[in-house]
Design a protein. Structure first.
Length: 346
């Protein structure tokens, strides 16, 4: 027996001795930097021994494997079935509205208790009109999903009887990390459904009740096509850094939130591709030849209808020829009536 085997044997014996006395044990490499700090923070470091009953929840690795299998199930389905599942999800958002809003009220109450900033509470909030708008958007996704998978984008004749075709196919398993907006969950789920991708969702703890309620209706919609496990919500206390190391289970990471979140994910992910934005460019430009009545409506809608949205207008650019026309004064007056602060510049 080697010295290494002897040491391992002693470690297991010591762990067993501790377990028999009601003490859980972690065996890890003591040379690893910050090992004790990471263990105390709940990171998966080393091997954990315990007699305590574990939570009846699947591990993240299991959820990822299920998502891979679910993606294959979705790929085999006719496009019409995937579209029907998305429409079923849209219907459930309306029929389960009371349950969803009740869960959302718990998140709102906790946010108010923690004195969360008003714009963040606005993003967190769900209303009947928001759910109705969500359902409408999902039905639009269903309509456009019929040609997402298997569409021939390009075909090149290589030789007689030999063609090279570029065809759209699913990516595999996606990990979407999003912040406070719970309405993001059904939107992303519908997009994954339409493209036959497996999906893991990691939401912010501030929307935990809302996310769970929305995930329940997503599971019901997936059940209509026998793909319940294709999409899952990661509700365990997994560190994002642990998720970013799962290159064998996850094919693409999509962070959806602040630029700080996106940059952090991009910096931490060494082996999994990250699809993310840097800074939002929420600009509206009004050209001198634009339909000014329509432009006024667009400006109001893009800023005043839902100012807490991440894609709400931040900058309005107006062609210089319009500065001395009534339109410019109309825009300024309208924005002031809506309590929008104006900061003019050249």
């Amino acid at each position: 027996m080697s010295r290494k085997d002897t040491i391992c044997g002693f470690q297991v014996q010591a762990a067993t001795w501790a377990l028999n006395r009601g003490v859980s044990v972690v065996i890890c490499n003591g040379m690893q930097e910050k090992a004790i700090k990471f263990i105390m923070a709940g990171r998966k470091i080393g091997t954990f021994f315990t007699n305590a009953p574990t939570a009846n929840t699947a591990s993240v690795e299991t959820l990822a494997d299920n998502a891979r299998h679910g993606s294959r199930v979705l790929q085999k389905l006719p496009a019409e079935d995937r579209a029907n599942a998305i429409n079923a999800l849209a219907d459930l958002l309306i029929s389960k509205q009371a349950d969803i809003l009740e869960a959302n009220e718990k998140d709102i109450a906790q946010a108010i208790k923690e004195e969360t900033a008003a714009p963040l509470i606005s993003r967190l909030s769900l209303t009947p009109s928001k759910l109705k708008s969500l359902a409408t958007g999902l039905r639009q996704i269903a309509e456009t999903s019929l040609t997402n998978v298997g569409k021939v984008l390009r075909r090149t004749k290589i030789a007689e009887g030999l063609d090279l075709a570029q065809v759209t196919v699913p990516i595999g398993v996606l990990l979407v990390i999003f912040e406070s907006r719970p309405d993001c969950l059904p939107q992303v789920a519908a997009l994954a459904l339409s493209s036959a991708n497996g999906l893991l969702l990691k939401g912010g703890k501030e929307a935990s009740h809302s996310n769970k309620a929305l995930m329940d209706v997503v599971k019901q919609a997936l059940g209509t096509v026998g793909a319940q496990d294709a999409i899952s919500l990661i509700s365990t206390r997994e560190q994002i850094s642990d998720l970013l190391s799962m290159e064998n289970q996850i094919d693409l990471i999509i962070p959806r939130g602040s630029s700080e979140l996106v940059r952090s994910i991009q910096d931490q992910s060494a082996h999994i591709p990250v699809l993310g934005h840097a800074e939002g460019i929420c600009h509206v430009y009004v050209d001198k030849d634009a339909n000014l009545d329509k432009a006024l409506t667009i400006i109001r809608d893009s800023k005043c209808d839902y100012p807490a949205a991440c894609n709400a207008m931040e900058t309005l650019l107006v062609h210089e020829d319009l500065f001395h026309q009534p339109f410019f004064n109309e825009v300024c007056d309208m924005l002031k009536r809506e309590n929008v602060q104006l900061f003019s510049g050249p």
